[in-house]
Ligand binder design. Structure first.
Ligand code: ADP
Ligand code: MG
Length: 222
């Protein structure tokens, strides 16, 4: 479903080769973790997989379609249909309620307002926050904010959820909750790519890979 073939990314401004000849396959229903030290290319890989950035060399197939050379508008449309993001710093809009934040990805879909809010409420229910829908991010704990972000990532029923160090800023209990939530999403049939530098977190995934200076090791299945 996601496939990188001889994929490289060089940041021309700095000359840094952030990904070097990466080959990666993620199938429907997979739960894949990618670990690596700071600066090893994890966020770069996430941005490539999430269509936020493009490769310097190589091919990216998404659902069998070559998306390596699509123009920005086409990438943005595919991104909104196929990708759910969870970031380390939540990236919720502070002036909006949890419900409004979660409904945002549906804004492009031309659905009636009430339907969007209904789906957002359902997604918040799935992350255990039915009783916090009208709270704004500043009124929620870090762990709760990340759960809102996960609800936002799944509300449009994307093909894949990409999580970039989603537990990094959280206390251990909240981090464990987020990992349990990701386990549940995987069991419910979602495809998940978890990027982390926490080996304990990575061990929850069915397949583990490691980035080292832009080189991807692994793809081990068990
Ligand atoms: P990680 O997420 O594993 O910490 P990154 O993917 O953020 O790693 O970075 C990988 C390498 O690419 C680092 O050496 C970083 O300095 C460099 N890099 C990341 N983003 C940019 C950018 N926009 N421009 C230039 N260099 C970058
Ligand atoms: Mg990073």
């Amino acid at each position: 479903m996601l496939k990188l073939i001889h994929a490289s990314k060089i940041y021309h401004e700095s000359g840094v080769c952030a990904l070097h000849d990466v080959n990666l396959t993620v199938r429907y229903g997979d739960y894949v973790s990618i670990t690596g030290a700071s600066g090893s290319g994890k966020s770069t890989l996430m941005h490539i997989l999430g269509l936020l950035d493009t490769l310097t060399e190589g091919t990216y197939l998404l659902g069998g379609t070559d998306v390596s050379h699509l123009p920005p508008q086409a990438l943005a449309r595919l991104r909104s249909e196929r990708i759910g993001f969870v970031f380390q710093r939540f990236q919720l809009l502070p002036g909006m309620t949890a419900l409004e934040n979660v409904a945002l990805p549906l804004a492009l879909k031309g659905l009636p307002h009430a339907v969007r809010l209904g789906r957002a409420a359902e997604a918040l229910g799935a992350v255990g926050l039915s009783d916090r829908m009208m709270h704004k991010p500043g009124q929620l704990s870090g762990g709760q904010q990340q759960r809102v972000a996960i609800a936002r990532a799944i509300v449009a029923k994307p093909s894949v959820v990409l999580a970039d160090e989603p537990t990094a800023g959280l206390d251990p209990a909240a981090a464990a909750d987020i990992l349990t939530l990701l386990d549940g999403l995987h069991r419910a049939g979602n495809t998940i790519v978890l990027i982390t530098h926490d080996r304990g977190a990575a061990a929850r995934a069915g397949r583990r890979m490691e980035l080292e200076n832009g080189v991807l090791h692994g793809g081990e299945s068990f």
